[in-house]
Design a protein around this ligand. Structure first.
Ligand SMILES: *[C@@H]1O[C@H](CO)[C@@H](O)[C@H](O)[C@H]1NC(C)=O
Ligand SMILES: *[C@@H]1O[C@H](CO)[C@@H](O)[C@H](O)[C@H]1NC(C)=O
Ligand SMILES: *[C@@H]1O[C@H](CO)[C@@H](O)[C@H](O)[C@H]1NC(C)=O
Ligand SMILES: *[C@@H]1O[C@H](CO)[C@@H](O)[C@H](O)[C@H]1NC(C)=O
Length: 286
């Protein structure tokens, strides 16, 4: 059974020129029909997506083989180490051993006798992102491997910064809404409701070497008095956030008192009225 499987798998691989010949094609069709009945050895992996700081399970095992397992090797390819780098070997007696320095965050949680090479990686960081390869050294079929992509989610830091606009007749920047260091990038937008026609927004983003992106959306408009006190919202969404984040923002247009009116209320009381933002301080003198 095993012999047939490895014959089926390696025949054309080893002698492709023969497989090109028309005569042999007939034979190969027959052979492949036979092979379909044979369960082939498979290395099962998968892809893993986790949030920064959490624990990732890099699941990897072999099925459908009676081969002898002599060693499991883990390799990785990350931003820092762009070439496949052996970092862990697992031997039947010695167990798991790091190749180039220990990293206690990795724990071998598979089972050698079950041909299970599963690793657990706790406190996952951005630098861990990449492609992990588990290699099973089997006899007689040789090395069998699969690649497991590890993707990270990093939720953004969010904030709104008030640009403190003052009353005027030219368009100004009211505020910026920022989603910093998000992976994948965040979408940032403003909900301006009734002020929709009076507002303009622009969005730009910067991607960093570590794979995160900062997105900034700016809110512009005419700094008119009637806009003062209106509430708008900045909405931030990303796959790294379990739900959208909504930051409320109260538009404040700053202006100093221009018109001051003093009114006589009664014989011995006066009222001083003016409009300003922030509220004016009054000092009486006579
Ligand atoms: C391999 O080991 C992991 C961790 O112990 C376990 O969750 C998984 O079920 C095992 N897979 C197989 C096929 O035995
Ligand atoms: C967005 O653009 C503004 C103005 O061009 C710039 O000052 C700011 O640094 C940019 N922000 C990002 C995150 O690229
Ligand atoms: C990614 O790089 C940026 C810019 O260097 C930095 O501000 C940010 O903290 C980094 N993020 C992580 C999670 O390391
Ligand atoms: C107005 O009064 C408040 C409270 O006494 C004080 O904190 C603030 O500095 C004053 N503002 C001005 C412009 O004098």
């Amino acid at each position: 059974m095993d012999g047939a499987a490895s014959f089926c798998g390696s025949f054309c691989h080893n002698i492709p020129s023969i497989c090109d010949s028309a005569l042999l094609r007939v034979l190969l069709v027959t052979l492949s029909l036979l092979c379909a009945d044979v369960e082939a050895l498979q290395v099962i992996g998968g892809s893993v997506t986790v949030e920064q700081g959490s624990t990732a399970i890099l699941s990897c095992y072999v099925i459908d083989t009676n081969d002898d397992l002599t060693q499991i090797t883990w390799q990785r390819k990350t931003r820092e180490k762009p070439h496949n780098d052996n970092f862990l070997t697992i031997l039947p007696r010695e167990g798991a051993q790091f190749v180039n320095g220990d990293d206690d965050r990795f724990k071998y949680i598979g089972n050698f006798n079950n041909k299970n090479g599963t690793l657990q990686l706790s406190n996952v960081a951005l630098k861990d992102e990449g492609r992990y390869t588990c290699i099973f050294t089997l006899f007689p079929s040789g090395n069998q491997k699969t690649e497991i992509p590890l993707n990270l989610l990093v939720p953004p830091f969010t904030n709104i910064k008030d640009n403190l606009p003052t009353l005027g007749t030219e368009e100004v920047l009211f505020a910026t809404c920022t989603a910093a260091g998000s992976k994948p990038p965040a979408e940032v937008r403003w909900l301006t409701g009734a002020l929709r026609d009076k507002m303009r927004t622009t969005t730009n983003s910067t991607q960093y070497d570590n794979g995160t992106t900062t997105t900034v959306s700016s809110l512009f408009g005419l700094p008119m008095r009637e806009i003062n006190g209106h509430q708008v919202q900045c909405v931030i969404s990303s796959d790294s956030l379990t739900k959208e984040e909504t930051l409320p923002f109260n538009i404040q247009i700053y202006f100093s008192p221009t018109e001051v009116n003093i009114r006589v209320i009664t014989e011995d009381s006066f009222e001083c009225v003016t409009e300003a933002n922030p509220n004016a301080n009054f000092t009486w003198s006579r």
